[in-house]
Design a protein around this ligand. Sequence first.
Ligand code: NI
Length: 137
Amino acid sequence: VIALSRRYRFPAAHVLRRADFSEDENLRVYGKCANPNGHGHDYALEVTVSGALDPSGRLLDPARLDALVDDALVRRFSHRMLNDDPLFAERVPTAENIALVARELLAGPLAERAGVRLRRVRVRETRNNTFDVGDLR
Ligand code: NI
């Protein structure tokens, strides 16, 4: 099996708080990320796909993957307040949830590519925090 990983960036803002938590609970659970004014991150998204090679000797043209990720996710989230996106209406936009949402957004378009499978989505929020969803090997 051949795997291809490509990396994308999208700067975005979020606030980590729950409406059903008190101010103290929000501060305790989310720390300074609960600040209602929000703050930004320069998110890095790494998408890994795997599959068989086509007759051209490629798994998936990286330019096609780029267009797919751009259409499904990067343009949607880039320079946005993530809390305002309907996908985060019921979920706090933690990096964990961003990774899960990213997988949801990419799974459909990628499923249309015969023989290509979405293996892993990795979201890097800060230098020290990276979150993976998918095949964790
Ligand atoms: Ni944050």
